[in-house]
Ligand binder design. Sequence first.
Ligand SMILES: NC(=O)c1ccc[n+]([C@@H]2O[C@H](COP(=O)([O-])OP(=O)(O)OC[C@H]3O[C@@H](n4cnc5c(N)ncnc54)[C@H](O)[C@@H]3O)[C@@H](O)[C@H]2O)c1
Ligand SMILES: [Fe+2]
Length: 381
Amino acid sequence: MNPITLLQPPRLVFGSGCASQCPEFFAQRGLRRVFLVSSSPVLPQLDSLAGALRQAGGEVIQSRPVDREPTREMFEQILADAKAAHINAVLGVGGGSPLDVAKLVAALARGTQAVTEIFGINLLRGRELPLVCLPTTAGTGSEVSPNAILLDDADQLKKGVISPQLVPDAAFVDPLLTHSVPAPVTAATGLDALTHCIEAYANKFAHPITDLYALQGIRLISGNLLRAVQNGGDAEARAKLALGSLYGGLCLGPVNTAAVHALAYPLGSRFKIAHGVSNAVLLPNVLRFNFSAAPERYAEVAMALGVERDGTAPAIAESGVKRLAALSRACGVPQRLSDLGVPREAIPEMARAALQVTRLLKNNLRPVTEPDAINIYESTY
Ligand SMILES: NC(=O)c1ccc[n+]([C@@H]2O[C@H](COP(=O)([O-])OP(=O)(O)OC[C@H]3O[C@@H](n4cnc5c(N)ncnc54)[C@H](O)[C@@H]3O)[C@@H](O)[C@H]2O)c1
Ligand SMILES: [Fe+2]
């Protein structure tokens, strides 16, 4: 069995209402100047949290909001603000966008490294500021992962910083924070979480430990996503999605994602298509491309999606992909690249950009060449 390293925050709290425990974490450690990174639609929900932090003797310094997927330029502005504010802890509350910014601020606010020096794996030397993350989407799993992603405006590529130092000191996963997520964002972020679980289970570095999280995550998300899209106030569906998203996040450090994410990145960087939508649109055809490398594995994925074991492994796997596409359609997510306004002429350039995401493609069960990437984009057009 291949070795595996599990990374997770030393304090991981899950459950409805648990966000209220977060101020105590700062107070107990005497962390008084807390830099809050969030997004505009989330901020109104944070009044009581900020009030409790102040009551415990702390001061909340609010960053400018992270209202879209972060670029390097946005991040550098926020980092400069954080450095000037003499903060001593960072609190990220939001979807993956604010959480990734919060993680990088905590890593670089006191350090000597520039963000451009740390894109890649294990290049970050250390993190001096304590870091707490509360996810409000379900979601990226960023609250437990060692990853942070920025769009580099210089070359229009999405780049990852991967380091165990980015795993927060504490994560409070409170499903109540996700009730206000609008239906299209619920759909996109849920399909992102589902993709994390599927790509972790069908992965060159898959491991029995993460398989447990991945398969259960697939069951939880596929069984509850449509309910949460149709009724955002469905507390049971929201809680199960939050748990499934957390399970996906726990797979990101040890195993990470693969070709779906690699091929999705150029859609985000070139055409600003939301991360979850980019993954959702490519998921069926990338899985079909991969089937031949591990038909049994994909049949297991299909069964976790609710398909009966009936027929050969490739047939079961194909039924699974049909079920995934049907779920995504029912959630209102576009199914074709043409529906997303991507020009067909962009495909060769997108394939070249995707092939640069070697840190994820190395995990894919089947090698992906540039002509393969072009075929996958073409078949999804
Ligand atoms: N670090 C990781 O491990 C990791 C993993 C996957 C993706 N990502 C990155 O995360 C980013 C995407 O994150 P995301 O999909 O969570 O989207 P997001 O953070 O960009 O949020 C999407 C939208 O939903 C809004 N929103 C969030 N929570 C809300 C709430 N509770 N109520 C109302 N509105 C709310 C946001 O303001 C935003 O408009 C991308 O940059 C992606 O690359 C990171
Ligand atoms: Fe993702």
